[in-house]
Design a binder for this molecule. Structure first.
Ligand code: ADP
Ligand code: MG
Length: 237
């Protein structure tokens, strides 16, 4: 039995206005079930990041419906969207986006600081998240002292420290070599198996192979959706 977590219905996104207006999304329809591991693929400029930013409540559609757990996100105001984002979503970016001169643990604790959690709770959850990505021993190292793969692991720990329902990752392995990329994919697979719905943008078929569903974008539209028909691990347990 699958539970629908996210739906986009005829979502468009236009950047700018007047003669320079550009329609990046032209009517996107997609559904994502809880527990899925989705890879988003497609040529550069096809609308992958625009879609991820909308799904991540970092941006809003120009028109169309965005349903999260059956609620119309496009009807929420900015503050309500921010709450939804903090409560249910975790983000990983291609460039890691860690604070320099700040330890791995402090980076991971940051979302909890924004939530107003006290130091003891932050420390405990931060260390648990670092442990999940295999970096507990590196908690006091700054990003400059970590490899690219380790930095991305810290970024993933920061994304999961709030126990989100969904992990959104836009080209998380874009700056990594193939060996490090596969390690990150294995980590995302493990997290998916613990119950987190994973949505990831990737250019590489080898990385998309780790996903259960592949959504192909072309020219601002979903071109086709491929299912690997792997049994859903979540919900079966
Ligand atoms: P992808 O992630 O698939 O490479 P994007 O979603 O980033 O593509 O971009 C889709 C299209 O929208 C591109 O043509 C891009 O130039 C344009 N675009 C994206 N963001 C903006 C923006 N903030 N302002 C104007 N155009 C944008
Ligand atoms: Mg992109």
């Amino acid at each position: 039995m699958s539970e629908r977590l996210i739906s986009l219905r005829n979502v468009t996104k236009t950047f700018g206005s007047g003669p320079t207006a550009f329609q990046a999304l032209k009517g996107v329809d997609l559904d994502i079930d809880r527990g899925d591991f989705v890879a988003v693929m497609g040529p550069s400029g096809s609308g992958k990041s625009t879609t991820m930013n909308i799904l991540g409540c970092l941006d809003v559609p120009t028109s169309g419906d965005f349903l999260f757990k059956g609620h119309h996100v496009e009807r929420l105001d900015r503050d309500q969207r921010a709450l939804l984002r903090r409560r249910y979503l975790g983000f990983v970016f291609q460039g890691f986006n860690l604070l320099a001169r700040t330890t791995a643990l402090e980076n991971v604790e940051l979302p909890l600081l924004y939530r107003g959690e006290d130091k003891t709770a932050r420390h405990k959850a931060g260390m648990a998240a670092l442990d999940k990505v295999g970096l507990a021993d590196w908690w006091d190292h700054t990003p400059a002292e970590l490899s690219g793969g380790q930095q991305q692991r810290v970024a993933i720990a920061r994304a999961i420290v709030t126990s989100p329902d969904v992990l959104l990752a836009d080209e998380p392995t874009g700056n990594l070599d193939s060996e490090r990329s596969v390690e990150i994919m294995k980590l995302l697979t493990e997290l998916n198996q613990t119950g987190i719905t994973v949505l990831m943008v990737t250019h590489e078929a080898e990385m998309a192979d780790f996903a259960r569903t592949i959504i192909h974008f072309k020219d601002g539209l979903v071109e086709r959706i491929e299912g690997h028909h792997r049994p859903a691990l979540v919900g079966a347990a």
